[in-house]
Design a protein around this ligand. Structure first.
Ligand SMILES: Cc1cc2nc3c(=O)[nH]c(=O)nc-3n(C[C@H](O)[C@H](O)[C@H](O)COP(=O)(O)OP(=O)(O)OC[C@H]3O[C@@H](n4cnc5c(N)ncnc54)[C@H](O)[C@@H]3O)c2cc1C
Length: 385
């Protein structure tokens, strides 16, 4: 009987296990999860769950009994410490070994850290600890006007805290969206009472707050840093697999070693549409990448060419973002930008490379079709819809 091992009990790993069973795999599935919680989804951790507006049970990918019912051997609290591809074996911290026929690496990413006592938001335990502190805090400093930073700022405002966001770039989400649409998010937070400090960085985090690069000190009961995440590639690197920005795979999510696959945040996969490798740290990529890797492990022909897709909820703004911005010439708007009901298109060489629909819920498919088509568009037509 074949044994398929999955390293990483996040969304990608859990969905891969599910797909293996749904596709009829009747061998052994062992899922190693370093955390003590069964696999869960992370988006609610900085949104409704952080704000106490959803139930704990709602974050989990599967019900507790699903694993036994589907003969998935879930090993919670077990970290794989070594992969030996030449021996088809993984090793664990306690010295034990687990042989495999095929292996999926779905180890995700971990937050980048600063020296000092800042809090970070990656795990369920992080979210619960921050939620508890928000209930007692008066002043909160968020380092980084990133997605997680901004969602945390919104949760802190909802909890009634005074909130300052510190960001070295000129506006919110500057590197991902550019100044035009980044500015929409900055204005949204300013309107909701957040004190935004752009063009300045945190020089030091202390027990009483943050010292800024200007020398100014911001006192805070809670400092949360959202300054990006690093893919968990060390296992793969030590195993001699090809690693770039993440574990390198082809479009079928096969790594440089036969019988070893990678999916989710940790993978840097060849994307046929872009003609290069891309690492995508979004929920949809884990949701679809895990199953794609599972099908590939089963020998099916797989092309994982999902367009990067992301969503967020902050205050009264809900949005979906599709595509990948790697330089652009202009942003074309359609709808009511100030009223937060619009679509923004990023154009490069006359073609749509990305789009964001804000509080408009029937636009994402059309945006994705435009991106995939590579068609030259008329900005006037685009803006009038
Ligand atoms: C707070 C937060 C909010 C987010 N919000 C959004 C959103 O609104 N929209 C969106 O598109 N995306 C969002 N994301 C991103 C999205 O959650 C990730 O892209 C997704 O979780 C990636 O899933 P994954 O399975 O690849 O990795 P992970 O979820 O990181 O899971 C990997 C798991 O592997 C475990 N692991 C690592 N190394 C080992 C090892 N050696 N042995 C065993 N286990 C190991 C880790 O402990 C972890 O539990 C958010 C992320 C966070 C943190």
């Amino acid at each position: 009987m074949a044994t398929y091992v999955i390293v990483g009990g996040g969304l990608a790993g859990a969905k891969a296990a599910q797909t293996l069973r749904e596709e009829g795999f009747d061998g052994e599935i062992v899922l190693f999860a370093a955390e003590s919680e069964r696999p869960y989804e992370r988006p609610p951790l900085s949104k409704d769950y952080l704000q106490g507006r959803s139930e704990r049970e709602a974050v989990f990918v599967h019900a507790p009994e699903w694993y036994a019912d589907n003969a998935v051997d879930l090993r919670l609290g077990m970290r794989v410490t070594r992969i030996e591809p030449e021996h088809h074996v993984v090793r664990l911290g306690n010295g034990s070994r687990q042989p495999y026929d095929k292996l999926l690496i779905a180890t995700g990413a971990t937050p980048r850290r600063l020296p000092g006592p800042a809090a970070y938001l990656r795990t369920l335990a992080d979210s619960e600890a921050i939620r508890e502190r928000l209930a007692r805090a008066e002043r909160v400093v968020v380092i980084g006007a990133s997605w997680i930073g901004l969602e945390t700022a919104a949760a802190a405002r909802a909890a009634g805290c005074e909130v300052t966001v510190v960001e070295p770039e000129p506006t919110a989400l500057h590197r991902v969206l550019g100044p035009e649409v980044g500015g929409v998010f900055a204005r949204l937070h300013a309107r909701n009472g957040v004190d935004l400090r752009f063009g300045i960085s945190a020089a030091e985090v202390t027990a009483t707050g943050v010292r800024l690069s200007s020398g100014e000190r911001l006192t805070a009961d809670l400092v949360v840093a959202g300054i990006g995440a690093t893919p968990e590639v060390e296992l793969a690197r030590e195993a001699g697999l090809e690693v770039g920005q993440g574990v390198r795979t082809d479009a079928a999510l096969r790594t440089s070693h036969p019988h070893v696959y990678a999916a989710g945040d940790v993978a840097e996969s060849f994307h046929p549409l872009y003609g290069r490798h891309l690492r995508v740290e979004h929920w949809a990529n884990a949701l679809h990448g895990g199953p794609a890797a599972a099908r590939s492990m089963l020998g099916q022909e797989v092309v994982h060419d999902l367009l990067p897709y992301f969503y967020t909820d902050q205050y009264d703004l809900g949005m979906e973002f599709s595509g990948h911005i790697d330089g652009y010439d202009e942003v074309v708007w359609r709808g009511d930008v100030d009223g937060l009901e619009f679509v923004a298109y990023w154009l490069r060489d006359g073609r749509v490379v990305a789009g964001m629909n804000v509080n408009v819920w029937d636009a994402a498919d059309g945006i994705q079709e435009l991106i995939r088509s590579g068609a030259v568009v008329d900005p006037k037509e685009l803006s009038s819809g």
